[in-house]
Design a protein around this ligand. Structure first.
Ligand SMILES: NC(=O)c1ccc[n+]([C@@H]2O[C@H](COP(=O)([O-])OP(=O)(O)OC[C@H]3O[C@@H](n4cnc5c(N)ncnc54)[C@H](OP(=O)(O)O)[C@@H]3O)[C@@H](O)[C@H]2O)c1
Length: 173
């Protein structure tokens, strides 16, 4: 079977913050467009809290939600109870959607669980120091190649300067 690329997409402040009060700590319209473009047509894996922070399942993508709660249901999403089963389901859906990529969209607990297995990270660096309660896990930059980096200035719809960075893992694992 074709190998599926396992990616994560995240927006992170200079001090590693990704969230506050189960929401994003900023408004960055440009990043939402980048998120949409990068995830469209792909299966996306997320923790239950991130799912609940969204207005609902994201159109054009298949949402896979991880929870320990055996009674949890989410209309329009697939619910599962471990990272491994989320990957299995993600691979099957990727094949059905004719894509070679499964994208983990957060939050911190799920990023922490999957970091060692990721092939690619779409990292939006938000050029600001933010007060938050949820952080991206420490990772070793030596293990990653920077494939691309694109700077964007703050604007009326974007609270902070930010850079879209694509990282790929250096060696096969
Ligand atoms: N900046 C960004 O790019 C970005 C991206 C995504 C999210 N966020 C932010 O991050 C925050 C949410 O992140 P979070 O870390 O609090 O929560 P999360 O990772 O979205 O979800 C955590 C939940 O996932 C389930 N879970 C975790 N580990 C599990 C395991 N091993 N097996 C089964 N289920 C497991 C549990 O659900 P149950 O409690 O139901 O069992 C747990 O409460 C929000 O502020 C959100 O806005 C930011």
């Amino acid at each position: 079977m074709r190998k599926t690329v396992l990616s994560a997409i995240v927006a992170v402040s200079e001090n590693q913050v990704i969230g506050v009060d189960n929401d994003l700590p900023w408004r960055l319209s440009n990043d939402l467009k980048w998120f949409k473009k990068t995830t469209m047509g792909k299966p996306i894996i997320m923790g239950r809290k991130t799912f609940e922070s969204l207005p609902g399942p994201l159109p054009g993508r298949t949402s896979i939600v991880i929870t320990r709660d055996p009674g949890f249901t989410a209309e329009g999403a697939i619910v599962t109870h471990s990272l491994e089963s989320a990957f299995e389901i993600g691979n099957e859906i990727a094949e059905q959607m004719k894509t070679d990529e499964v994208v983990v969209i957060g939050g911190a607990e799920i990023f922490r669980l999957c970091l060692d297995q990721l092939d690619r990270i779409y990292l939006t660096r938000v050029h600001a120091t933010i007060d938050g309660d949820t952080f991206f896990p420490e990772f070793d930059p030596e293990k990653w190649h920077e494939i691309s980096k694109e700077f964007h200035s703050k604007s009326e719809k974007d609270m902070f300067d930010h850079s879209f960075i694509v990282l790929e893992r250096k060696q096969a694992h």
